[in-house]
Ligand binder design. Structure first.
Ligand SMILES: Nc1ncnc2c1ncn2[C@@H]1O[C@H](COP(=O)(O)OP(=O)(O)OP(=O)(O)O)[C@@H](O)[C@H]1O
Length: 299
């Protein structure tokens, strides 16, 4: 059985049906990313998994525990970073870490975490005086202070500069190597591609796609062929009719063609047969961004 097992999760706020039957499995030791448009219900889903919200229907087991009825046991093995870190305005990072550490039998030393998360100089600063990025780093450190077996991190690096983001990614990779399982809510495809073993895309209240970043990218079958050529409209129309071609457009001097994995070859053959010599030809491999857009558009 997976370490996190979610089946048929449903949740509404009043009339608003947010989750309409979410299924999700997270294997031990994996980093799983949850992606999806704003308002798709990602935070709602992870808050249900963390026991902070009560589902309307469905089952959730985290390390075999029910997050509602076995919340106290779950808290000992789960660390949770919330999208909005709400702490008293005057608490300092050191105080907050020591307070959270006091809830666990074998916490990480607060000073180590302050160093690791680049907050040593702010150890005694009031929370309200920290920058957005510093508050975010503190919220991740707070989620990890109890040496959790499972960490749920909600928009972990949104406010961070590129160097800080890379540092946190490095830290999470170290944690994975130690066997920590992580569920990440993210809007960053770069983050998902870099860190996640698997991603689940939530849209319309359901998981519309899941798999490794590479699987999803391949499944999207998006190849983009572009080149410069003086093509008459009739030729453009002919390219648009080729098998596997999804869209043809002009972008300044370039012709840009989206299609499936075989489309670059099909397009090239058609151009050569038509006596066209494409200049500055480029074929762009699909990215997770392309896959995400196609999958969420399709749903
Ligand atoms: N406590 C609440 N009461 C009423 N509606 C809520 C509540 N919390 C969330 N919602 C609504 O439920 C929907 C899903 O919200 P949620 O925060 O789970 O989405 P999300 O996918 O995490 O979004 P984002 O990417 O913008 O963070 C949104 O339309 C939101 O306005």
């Amino acid at each position: 059985m997976a370490l996190i097992e979610v089946r048929g999760l449903r949740k509404s706020y009043g009339e608003k049906r947010v989750l309409r039957g979410v299924d999700l499995q997270v294997e031990a030791g994996q980093i799983v990313g949850i992606l999806g448009p704003n308002g798709a219900g990602k935070t709602t889903a992870v808050e249900c998994i963390g026991g902070l919200r009560t589902p309307d229907a469905g089952t959730i087991a985290v390390a075999g525990l029910d997050p509602q009825s076995e919340a106290a046991a779950l808290r000992q093995l789960l660390g949770m970073q919330l999208q909005e870190c709400r702490l008293p305005a005057r608490i300092t990072p050191l105080e907050a870490l020591e307070l959270f550490a006091s809830f666990y039998p074998d916490p990480l030393p607060a000073t180590d975490l302050l160093g690791r998360f680049g907050l040593a100089a702010q150890a005694g600063a009031r929370f309200e005086r920290l920058s957005g990025g510093q508050q975010q780093r503190l919220s991740v450190a707070l989620a990890l202070v109890g040496r959790p077996r499972i960490a749920i991190l909600d928009e972990l690096t949104t406010e961070l500069d590129p160097a800080a983001r890379r540092e946190i990614w490095g830290y999470l990779s170290d944690l994975r190597a130690q066997g920590v399982t992580m569920l990440l809510v993210t809007h960053s495809m770069e983050e998902a591609a870099h860190l996640c073993d698997r991603v689940a895309i939530i849209d319309g209240g359901r998981v519309v796609a899941h798999g490794s970043p590479a699987d999803l990218t391949t499944a999207a079958q998006a190849q983009q062929t572009s080149f410069e050529a003086d093509l008459p409209e009739a030729m453009l129309a002919r390219l648009a009719e080729l098998p596997g071609v999804r869209a043809v457009r002009r972008d300044g001097a370039r012709i840009v063609i989206d299609g499936d994995d075989d489309s670059p070859q099909t397009v090239l053959t058609a151009l050569i047969e038509g006596g066209v010599r494409p200049a500055r030809l480029r074929v762009a491999a699909p990215t997770l961004d392309d896959a995400y857009l196609r999958l969420t558009e399709a749903s």
